[in-house]
Design a protein around this ligand. Structure first.
Ligand code: ME8
Length: 517
């Protein structure tokens, strides 16, 4: 029996086309999901769209279409971008799915019946874009602390969830489960800034607009969008308050909720309490990844500085975009994206270190051995050293992935390619050829080809298309993850295919000029 691994992303708002920051999250989840699959886990990877709320109702009105028409269109765009970026999700969920809506109504009723939800009146300051009520003291310069926009006074009859009831349990849980919130700094922020100062009961219904899931026993209310959205993690794997399915029993609790740093609060305060109210276990880990900035500025759909993944992919290729975002956003600090940086990384890492290595190696095998993969032969110190680098890189990559340090994992894989390039300089195959040291030349070429094969297998979760191209050029079937542990698995005697450049160098000046036209 394979061990299960349930990974989810946040579900994206269907208020507009997702920018490269939103898309980064799905690429990150995809890399983790692919890596786990390669390691033999039974992975379930869920993503999707968050489609209710006042903001979307307003957007639809502006566009002169019904909210459903509006979200259908945007959800389609979102899914097509996730697909274009080659993300291997198992299920794309939408909060307007009938089944989800029915389950949310049942969940709300269950919480009400057992006294965790009660009817009261809400007075507060409301930020429409964020769908959040704030107290005076939470505002920053009189504006919404999350997005910096105006808030408005709002008052309504509303249902409340008894968050306060769970405060002590939540503090105790977070303190006794140090891995629950990652990175660690976020855990302290949640405990000290939000939970310990006191949890107030949470308003979980709205009457001021109608684009939401109606409370079935009081239909002038719609369910608060965050209660609706958070439950996506269980309703879509077969949760039902009366009869949970086998799928649910198998996959819940989730192993990882991957979300951005701005919504950790919802996932580590509201969500645990909702789950406890339903008598369910908490997800094992919530990882609030840092943000991607463009030109060191926050990306905002309305700020006019949004860069989109599909546009970048058209310019640089899908894998180059995946490489950039996965590599440039470290574990706990924001990353930055500009066209200049993207071109620099592309040229230095993808074209030079990886592309050239593969190209040079395959070409040398063609030139010296008609493309036939030679025997490994007798190893010398330099070969042992290369093999050792490969084996250390494998361990480093796996450790980094275990700790969700994806940028470090990519660096570890690239150590193989860097070392291989150095190995070419050290062994100078062209001199061996000139001096007729054919056996030595065979060993060297074999070591290069084999290091590339192992590197490509490790790279597969991050740059799947590129890895496939490398497998194709090496003409090997030895691409299973287990085979990375057997240095020497590449089949001697078979012929490689023609070398094809993986990443053509970009002329920065010309490229930027072209962009500005
Ligand atoms: O928050 N860099 O949806 P969303 C990296 N519907 N990640 C970013 C980012 C950036 N610049 N900007 C946003 C929502 N994100 C809710 C989630 S889950 C039950 C409901 C991340 O479309 C953001 O943190 O605004 C979130 O995890 C995801 O993109 C979708 O954001």
């Amino acid at each position: 029996m394979k061990e299960k691994y349930y990974i989810s992303t946040a579900i994206a708002y269907t208020s507009g086309k997702p920018h490269i920051g939103n898309t980064y999250e799905v690429i990150l989840a995809d890399a983790i999901a692919r890596f786990k699959r390669a390691q033999g886990y039974d992975v379930y990877f869920q993503t999707g769209t968050d489609e209710h709320g006042e903001k979307i109702e307003l957007k639809a009105k502006e566009a002169g279409v019904t909210p459903q028409e509006y979200v259908d269109k945007v959800a389609g765009t979102i899914r097509s971008i996730w697909d274009k970026m080659n993300t291997s999700y198992d299920r794309f969920v939408r909060t307007t799915d009938k089944k989800h809506e029915e389950e949310v109504q049942k969940i709300f009723k269950k919480m009400y019946d057992q006294g965790d939800i009660y009817l009261g009146e809400y007075k507060g300051l409301y930020c429409t874009p964020c769908e959040s009520f704030w107290t005076e003291s939470q505002l920053v310069d009189g504006k919404c602390p999350d997005c910096g926009r105006e808030v408005k006074e709002a008052k309504e009859e509303a249902y409340f969830f008894k968050l306060s009831k769970y405060q002590d349990r939540l503090v105790e849980y977070i303190e006794s489960h140090p891995d629950f919130i990652q990175p660690e700094s976020r855990k302290n922020e949640m405990l000290n800034n939000f939970i310990k100062p006191g949890l107030q009961d949470l308003c979980v219904s709205r009457t001021s607009f109608s684009w939401g899931i109606p409370v079935d026993f009081d239909p002038k209310h719609v369910v608060y969008v965050w209660l609706d959205a958070l439950t996506n993690y269980i309703t879509n794997i077969g949760y039902d308050p009366d009869t949970p399915t086998e799928e649910f029993q198998k996959y819940w609790p989730a192993d990882l909720h991957l979300i951005g740093k701005d919504i950790i609060r919802f996932h580590t305060i509201y969500w645990p309490c909702f789950l406890w109210s339903l008598g369910l276990d908490l997800p094992k880990k919530v990882f609030g990844h840092p943000w991607l900035l463009t030109n060191n500025d926050k990306i905002g759909k309305s700020r006019g500085n949004a860069i989109y993944a599909d546009d970048l992919a058209d310019l640089f290729g899908v894998d180059a975009v995946r490489y950039y975002v996965l590599h440039e956003i470290p574990f706990a600090n924001d990353g930055n994206l500009t066209y200049e940086l993207m071109i620099e990384r592309y040229n230095s890492d993808l074209a030079n270190i990886l592309g050239n290595l593969v190209n040079r190696t395959i070409s040398m095998d063609k030139k010296y051995f008609d493309g036939v993969v030679p025997e490994m032969g007798t190893m010398e110190d330099l070969d042992e050293d290369l093999k050792d680098t490969v084996s250390k890189a494998i361990t480093k990559t796996i450790d980094a992935m275990e700790n969700l340090r994806v940028a470090d994992a990519i660096d570890a894989v690239f150590e193989i390619f860097r070392r291989s390039n150095k190995y070419i300089d050290e062994t100078t195959p062209w001199t061996l050829a000139k001096e007729g040291k054919i056996e030595r030349l065979q060993t060297v070429i074999y070591h290069l080809l084999e290091s590339i094969r192992i590197g490509a297998i490790l790279l597969h979760s991050f740059l799947p298309e590129t890895s496939e191209k490398i497998y194709q050029q090496l003409n090997t079937d030895k691409t299973d993850f287990e085979s990375i542990y057997q240095f020497g698995s590449l089949e001697s005697g078979k012929a490689v295919h023609d070398p094809e450049p993986l990443f053509a160098r970009i002329d920065k000046e010309k490229f930027l000029e072209g962009l500005n036209q």
